[in-house]
Ligand binder design. Structure first.
Ligand SMILES: [Zn+2]
Length: 199
């Protein structure tokens, strides 16, 4: 069992899934305290009781660049922090119709409502972490663009365009680049606003 990052909408069911299936849980190092505390250790949502969930034990702590094998597929965990301290973007290769494709599952490059990018005592390096995350996202080869929410990559619209004989809409290297650029501009605009003291 893999997650993109330790927010309730991605990890709140982990303890129950482990109990039902015996799945091994693999989590990026900096998100481990959050999932193992049921969200209490989250730098932003940890004090919001409604957003806490059953703690789940991590079976393997992942580090930036670590890989894991699922069947014949080798997945690589890239640390793309900021949204959470251990936010993870997963990559792997697939073959289809005799061609190789690079797949990217984006963790999250989003600056949530009320996130403090400046003078954040709970996460002092948050702004430089987002910058690291964007450097990583820009460096990845991407043919098939996926993400932790379908809205990142226009899942529903792409699904509706799937047709026999037509190009697969999920092969979208340009859409990936555009998305990363747009999200980085949005982050930089918010950072500039907060640095100027406008809240
Ligand atoms: Zn999130």
């Amino acid at each position: 069992m893999l997650i993109s990052h330790a927010h309730f909408d991605h990890d709140a069911g982990a303890a129950r899934i482990k109990e039902l299936t015996g799945a091994k849980y693999l989590v990026m190092d900096a998100d481990v305290p959050v999932v193992e505390s049921g969200g209490k250790e989250d730098f932003f949502y940890g004090k919001t009781p409604d957003l806490l969930y059953p703690p789940a034990k991590v079976d393997r702590v992942m580090h930036d660049g670590d890989t894991m094998k699922l069947g014949d597929t080798l997945l690589t965990a890239h640390l793309t922090p900021g949204h959470t301290k251990g936010c993870t973007t997963w990559t792997f290769k697939v073959q289809d119709g005799g061609k190789n494709y690079d797949v990217v599952i984006v963790g999250s490059p989003n600056v949530n409502e009320e996130y403090k990018l400046v003078d954040n005592a709970a996460y002092p390096q948050i702004a430089s972490d987002y910058e690291k995350g964007f450097r990583v996202l820009r460096s990845l080869r991407c043919d098939v663009f996926l993400g932790a929410h379908g809205s990142y990559y226009g899942m529903a619209a792409k699904y509706a365009r799937i047709k026999d004989g037509a190009a697969n809409p999920f092969i979208d290297p340009v859409g990936y680049k555009d998305y990363v650029n747009e999200r980085e501009q949005s982050f930089r605009a918010e950072l500039a606003k907060q640095q100027a003291g406008v809240r």
